[in-house]
Design a protein around this ligand. Structure first.
Ligand SMILES: Nc1ncnc2c1ncn2[C@@H]1O[C@H](COP(=O)(O)OP(=O)(O)O)[C@@H](O)[C@H]1O
Ligand SMILES: N[C@@H](CCC(=O)OP(=O)(O)O)C(=O)O
Length: 271
């Protein structure tokens, strides 16, 4: 057992669109309920919790009764503008059931590139956590563009969650995905792929096993999850990648159960 999760106190949880939206395009209310229950329960137990949630576009598509994501960027941004409000309404409603306050933070890459805005974001995060309020972060999709002279986009929330987690010295990043861990090949393409329990070094073999997205809703695939893992490992922190089908799994992870794939440095004898 090389996981070192007993002393985790500050935890960032990232949930992807494919865990929040059913295959038929409807919002997965059970997942949102269970996520709110889990994070509120952890907050009451004294953990400091930050949620990074995708889903603005997925929820917006459902709300506007659109069958699929349009190709045009401005149209996607308009859908995200509708969906983000609805996503937060759903979270606020569920978290209120557990008497837990949340605060929305929409970020772009520029926020972290500039020391002043970076410090403001970090101060806001610390203040929310000091007051037992759970920050709910997403990329600011209506601002995020990626042009030669104006780089604001993270491209995906996997990397945003790792950047936030590293900046606030989180002990652990939990990435909830549509897959239950990292495999030695994309299991949606290779029937015999094997799940990996623990990664202590991102070897070339592992990096080349990572492929693209598994569903029509996901954006980053395994490549961006491994980049997130690399950020956490370089910061001397841990990450667990696991299925978001039932977010109550996070309670098992912090209890030390071997769920999903763990990324980090092995425990030393002194720990
Ligand atoms: N080596 C791998 N191990 C596990 N999944 C992989 C691997 N390579 C590619 N994938 C794909 O990555 C998908 C998860 O990424 P993504 O679709 O972006 O999910 P999410 O919306 O949860 O972020 C999986 O469903 C899987 O098809
Ligand atoms: N900011 C976008 C999600 C971007 C993203 O990273 O999505 P995902 O791969 O589902 O985590 C949204 O809220 O729709």
């Amino acid at each position: 057992m090389i996981r070192n999760l007993q002393h985790c106190h500050r935890i960032v949880v990232k949930i992807g669109t494919s865990s929040l939206i059913h295959h038929n395009g409807k919002v997965n209310l059970q997942t949102i309920d269970r996520l709110a229950y889990t994070l509120a329960a952890m907050n009451n137990q004294g953990f400091e919790v930050v949620l990074v949630s995708s889903g603005a576009i997925g929820v917006g598509l459902d709300k506007l009764h659109l069958p699929k994501r349009p190709a045009e960027i401005a149209a996607q941004q308009a859908i995200a503008a509708v969906g983000q409000g609805e996503l937060l309404r759903l979270y606020i409603q569920r978290f209120s059931d557990y008497d837990t306050q949340v605060g929305q933070m929409l970020l772009t890459h520029d926020t972290f590139d500039y020391p002043v805005s970076r410090q403001h974001v970090l101060d806001t995060l610390e203040t929310l956590l000091d007051h037992d309020i759970i920050p709910i972060i997403n990329e600011n999709d209506t601002v995020a563009v990626d042009e030669m002279d104006h780089r604001t986009t993270f491209g995906d929330n996997d990397q945003l969650s790792a950047l936030v987690a590293a900046r606030i010295d989180a002990d652990l990043l939990v990435v909830l995905s549509d897959i239950d861990g990292l495999y030695d090949a994309d299991p949606h393409k290779h029937a015999g792929a094997k799940k990996l329990d623990a990664i202590t070094h991102l070897s070339q073999d592992i990096l080349s096993a990572a492929g693209g997205t598994g569903t029509r809703f996901g954006t980053g695939g395994m490549v961006t999850k491994l980049k997130a893992a690399e950020t956490m490992m370089l910061a001397g922190r841990q990450m667990v990648l696991c299925s978001g089908a039932d977010p109550r799994v996070i309670l098992k992870i912090v209890a030390g159960e071997a769920v999903g794939t763990w990324f980090g440095r092995p425990k030393t004898a002194a720990q």
